[in-house]
Design a protein around this ligand. Structure first.
Ligand code: AMP
Length: 306
């Protein structure tokens, strides 16, 4: 049994009030895969890079035991490139450049060794590719989680609506939930979005935490208050990886486990933003993660006397 993750494997150039980077390793599948690898040991990636993507960069993923049989390396082509600049509040950013490069005509390969997929994370990339990946799995996974962003709502909404019909969980941020539903109230937005397909919806609210909607229940998870956020890039992907990695580890999907999964996702995201790019996510271990989970528990635990 395995957890398969598809998404971009990219070069990013990032500017935050704390500094600026040249091309560094990023991408939705990179952040999600690293996060999931600390919770579950059978993580397999589907993706594509150009020949400019150094093998040492792929080693960052291999060193965490992540299977890269489904990652294609395209000779003579360039990797997906994204560049973004964060505003002072760190909750909002401008995308400066999105160069699709290898992603423009990406035809995903799902190797035979991935057909044991039980948990599937359709991480952020072209909705058409997310659909093709689903089609190429011979057996429907136990749980399909979809992550996406406003970019795809703007340029590929019809395909995105088609994927939505086939997934169990959608994770998006508050602005994207409002854009997708046309509703300002997140409760109304959640109601409308769940009518599009996913039984469960997670709305991420940056430093204000996340909301999980399922059946007639809502769970609110805090974000860890951090003195310094260096670079929020990848926080959403780390959240998704931590969320699905936890569910793959416990092996049973229900609302209670999803609540815990949201906390694990939030914990991995809180590490992610502490340094630029993937730096912090590369150096974690089980103890650090458990300590952080304990801080999350403490943060919102209360008892009402009498
Ligand atoms: P997040 O901060 O969670 O939205 O994720 C940022 C990561 O997503 C960066 O490493 C980018 O390489 C990647 N990314 C940016 N734009 C896109 C896009 N349109 N599709 C897929 N991945 C993207």
């Amino acid at each position: 049994m395995s957890l398969v993750i598809i998404g971009t494997i990219a070069y990013d150039a990032i500017e935050t009030p704390f500094g600026k980077t040249d091309k560094i390793v990023g991408g939705a599948a990179t952040f999600a895969g690293l996060a999931a690898s600390y919770l579950y040991d059978r993580v397999k990636l589907v993706g594509v890079v150009g020949e400019d993507f150094g093998d040492d960069n792929l080693d960052i993923l291999r060193s965490k035991g992540i299977n890269l049989d489904g990652v294609q390396i395209k000779e003579g082509e360039k990797s997906f490139f994204w560049s973004g600049k964060y505003h002072n509040d760190m909750n909002s950013r401008d995308t400066l450049v999105t160069e699709l490069n290898v992603l423009a005509d990406f035809d995903p390969i799902v190797p035979d060794s991935y057909q044991d997929c039980e948990y599937l994370l359709l991480g952020n990339l072209t909705p058409q590719v997310q659909l093709t990946t689903l089609d190429r799995l011979q057996r429907k996974p136990k749980l399909v989680v979809l992550d996406t962003m406003n970019f795809w709502m703007d340029i590929a909404l019809d395909d995105l609506l088609r994927v939505l019909k086939r997934v169990d969980v959608l994770t998006i941020n508050d602005a994207e939930a409002r854009q997708l539903s046309g509703e300002y109230s997140l409760v109304k937005a959640a109601e409308k979005i769940r009518q599009l397909g996913p039984k469960y919806l997670i709305i991420k609210k940056g430093e204000h935490g996340a909301l999980l909607f399922g059946g007639d229940r809502i769970f609110a998870a805090p974000a860890l208050p951090l003195a310094e956020v260096y670079d929020p890039t990848g926080a959403g992907d780390a959240f998704a990886g931590g969320f699905v990695g936890y569910l793959a580890k416990v092996g049973t999907v229900n609302f209670n486990n999803m609540k815990n999964a949201v906390i694990f996702g939030s914990a991995l995201a809180s590490f992610c933003v502490e340094q630029f790019g993937t730096e912090r996510l590369r150096e974690l271990d089980g103890n650090l993660i458990n300590e952080r989970i304990a801080r999350f528990t403490e943060l919102s635990k209360f008892e009402i006397e009498g």
